[in-house]
Each structure stands twice: as C-alpha cells, then as structure tokens.
Design a protein around this ligand. Structure first.
Ligand code: UD1
Ligand code: CA
Length: 436
C-alpha cells in the first residue's frame, strides 16, 4: 500500500511560446483543455489535488469546474514571484508526500505517476533522454548523481549539449519543500523563481535525489502549437485503440477524429474520415464516411456518408443520408435520405423526409419548432415554415411550402405554382438549326 500523497499541478504560467491570447493549459486536445488530462490522472490516485493558477485564473478555474468539483485552487503571486518555484509558495498539501506535475503534460497516465511513489528518496525527479533537448532544463549528472538542473536560457554551451533533460515531474517530501522553496532566488536569465533550483540546494545538503528515467511519449511538455498537435495525435490514437478494444470497428482509424467525451455502445461501425465531437453517444450504429457528429445521440441508426449532426440531435432507428444537416432535433424511426436541413424539429416514426426538405426554423430574430407526426410523407423540395405542426398520416406534395400553423391528420398538403407552357419557344430563342 502506497502512502497517501498530495499532487500539485502547476498551471499558472502564460505559455508565451503558444503565441496565443488563450492560456496554454486551456488549449484543447481531443476536445478538452490540456489541463483536464493531468488532473484526471491525478484524481485517480489521490483526493488532494492542488492546482496553481494565476494567468487567466478565472477562466482556468471555470474550465476545470465543468469536469471536477473536488479540486483546491491556489493563486500564485506571479507578479512578485514568477516561475515554477513561485508557483509552489502558497501551497498547503494535506499529506507529507507531494508530487508536482507541470500542467502542460497532458499525456501522463496514472501508472507513470505511481512509479514516483515506490521510490523512498527525499526527491525523485523525472528524467528523459532526448535526441533534441532544446527547450528543456538540462540535468547535470556527475558520478551517477544528479547535481543540478540548468534551464536552457541559463545553460553554457557545454551544458546545452546535454541530452538528459528534466521532464517536469517530481516527488518531494513536504518538509523538503518547506525548507528550500523560501530560499529560492530569481537571479537567473528569466528573473524567475525556479522550482528546479531546489535540486542543487538539496544535493549540497546531502539529501538523496533519485533520477527516474521516463518515456518521452508520456512526459513531453506542450510548449508550442506544434507540440499541441503532436500530443493530440498521440492522445487520439489512445482513444481509438481503447474503443476498438471495447469492440468498435473503425475503418482507416487514423483518419477518424475522436474526442474524449465520445462514447460507444454495442456494435458500431465507423467509416473513414468521420469526426465525432463533444459528448456524442453512438449506440449500435453505422456512421458512414466523412460525417460530422457533434454532441448528439445516435442509436440503432445509420448516418451519412457526408452528413452533419449538430449539437443536441437525437436519432433512434433512423436513416440519415448524404448532405443531410440535423440540428437540435429528435428523429425516431425516420428516413431522411438526401439533401435536407432539419433544425429544431421533432419527427416521429414511419415518416419519410424527401430530398431537399428544409425546416425554415429562423425568421432572423427567433428560432421556432417543427413537429411532424407518424407516417408523414414529406415530398421532395418542401419547405416547412416554423412554428408548424403536422399531425400523423399526412402527405405533403413535392415542392410545397407549408406555412406556419397546425395541420390535422389525413390531409394532402399541396402548394404549387401552375405550369405554363409556351409552344415553339425553344426554336425561336435558340434558332432553328439546333438539333437534339
Ligand atoms: C520547466 C522546467 C524545465 C523542464 C520543463 C519540462 C522550471 C524552471 N523548468 O520548464 O526544467 O525541462 O518544465 O517540461 O521549472 N507555471 C506556473 N507558474 C509560473 C510559470 C510556470 O504555474 O510562474 C506552470 C506552467 O503553467 C506550466 C508549468 O509550470 O504548466 C511549466 O512551465 P513552463 O513555462 O512550460 O516551463 P518550462 O520552460 O517548460
Ligand atoms: Ca513546459
């Protein structure tokens, strides 16, 4: 049994290298802010997760409170005490073992964190050996012992040549932090208080510092938009593999975009190029090539190719074909095979939506509902001007504009501009010589 521990996640920095008005830790990976992932892994291990915030503090707290309600937020005095050492100044961990994680390491998993805890040294620090160490603090190791960490901006040419870098995860005893954090200085190239300086001070006092060599794939920091994309590819690959293990069939999986909140149940087939976003649920369904589904539920249905389900759509026992857009609508037992827009609609079983049907749900100011009952046949190229209700067993003729109102059962609804025939027009217009 491991000792209980506190986990501190540093999320107060600006992340200037992202070149973005948005705080670095709020950049998304597979549909969720990168900070979400390290917090999720931390909460699998402990009930004491402390998140240090400062830059865009309120936005970071609000974003995390969407997912978690048991975090402690500490605000860093980043103006007077900038840097990862400054971030550690106000923390009050519940337990004596304290693990520190950078908030820009979304790929870290529970099993990797646990490796730090099995080690009884005063400080256990993560180390990776990188082909290209640029951007990282270099770990100076002499006679197999960690001497110090030198930040890239403070490193000499020979130190920059070191390929062993600090991955940014450390396990400390609380008393070690209490001793050394107050002694940090900001006399360095960035004028910041570096948490990494604790290592050299502790080593001089004879404390035991144990380097733990870790895998690059889980410990890579996200500092730039290139890093963000690379991390997302790794995360998405994990998500796809997890769902395929759970029984989902994916064709050309590397072309399928999948977000963290998406779930599958039963027998699901996802074709190439599909994009599934938000809290989408796919249950016993077939999603055909190049369809996009956002925050929707699809049960016992088939969708696409090239269909678009926008947020809050619910499909059950339904067929939605190519070039059909559905938004905030519930379709149960419906066929909508081609080229339609169905927005703010409720459509019941046995109903067929002809090609080119459009719900006119918006008058430029407000949105209105379309309700269609059972066994309604909506002819091709019809417009339904909402608010409109069509009761069961109605036929709407092709090309009809159904104006707002309620239409009772058993009707034929038809509106057509009468045909006009002008004899001899073609040859007069194009001339006689034209042959068929
Ligand atoms: C840090 C380490 C470096 C290591 C690298 C690993 C220091 C001084 N350097 O550098 O040795 O190789 O991580 O990824 O620790 N943060 C705060 N408050 C601040 C500044 C940063 O909370 O005042 C947070 C950031 O939000 C981020 C984390 O600390 O989540 C790391 O900050 P970052 O600026 O990315 O540090 P690196 O330069 O990458
Ligand atoms: Ca970093």
């Amino acid at each position: 049994m491991l000792n209980p521990l506190s986990i501190v996640i540093l999320a107060a920095g600006k992340g200037s290298r992202m070149k973005s008005p948005k705080a670095k830790v709020l950049h998304e990976i597979c549909g969720r802010e990168m900070l979400y992932y390290s917090i999720k892994a931390a909460l699998e291990i402990t009930d004491d997760v402390i998140v240090v915030v400062a830059h865009q503090r309120d936005a970071v707290i609000a974003a995390m409170e969407k997912y978690f309600n048991n975090l402690t937020f500490v605000t860093q005095d980043a103006e007077n005490f900038p840097g990862t050492g400054g971030a550690m100044m106000g923390i009050k961990p519940k337990y004596d073992d304290v693990l520190v994680l950078n908030g820009d390491m979304p790929l870290i998993e529970r099993t990797s964190i646990e490796k730090f805890l099995a080690n009884p040294a005063d400080i256990v620090m993560s180390v990776i050996s990188l082909e290209n160490p640029s951007g990282y603090g270099r770990v100076v190791i002499e006679n197999d012992r960690v001497q110090r960490i030198v930040e890239e901006k403070d490193a000499s040419a020979s130190e920059k040549a070191i390929h062993t870098v600090n991955a940014g995860v450390y396990a400390f005893k609380h008393h070690v932090l209490q001793t050394y954090i107050p002694r940090l200085s900001n006399a360095n190239a960035q004028g910041e208080y570096y948490l990494t300086d604790v290592i050299e001070m502790a080593r001089r006092d004879g404390l035991e510092i144990s380097p733990l060599f870790v895998e690059e794939v889980e410990f890579k920091g996200v500092n730039s938009k290139n890093d963000l994309t690379n991390a997302e590819m790794i995360m998405m690959d994990r998500l796809r593999r997890t769902w395929m293990d759970a029984g989902v069939i994916m064709q050309l999986p590397e072309t399928i975009y999948l977000e963290e909140g998406v779930t599958f149940e039963g027998e699901c087939l996802i074709e190439n190029g599909v994009r599934l976003c938000g809290n989408t649920q796919i249950i016993n369904s077939h999603i055909k090539a190049h369809s996009v589904i956002e925050d929707s539920i699809v049960k016992n249905s088939d969708v696409g190719p090239l269909a678009h389900l926008r947020p809050l759509s619910v499909l059950e026992d339904t067929h939605v074909g190519n070039f059909v857009e559905v938004k905030k609508s519930t379709l149960k037992g419906v066929k909508a095979g081609h080229l339609s827009y169905l927005g703010d609609a409720t459509i019941d079983s046995g109903t067929n939506i002809g090609a080119g049907t459009i719900t006119c749900n918006y008058d430029g100011v407000k949105k209105y509902q379309t309700i269609i009952g059972k066994n309604v046949f909506v002819g091709s190229d019809s417009q339904l001007v909402a608010p409109v209700e069509i009761c069961d067993n109605v036929m709407i003729a092709a090309g009809t504009t159904v104006t707002a109102g309620k239409y009772e059962s058993d009707l034929l609804i038809l509106s057509r501009t009468p045909i006009r025939k002008v004899a001899g027009f073609f040859s007069k217009f194009f001339g006689k010589g034209k042959e068929c």
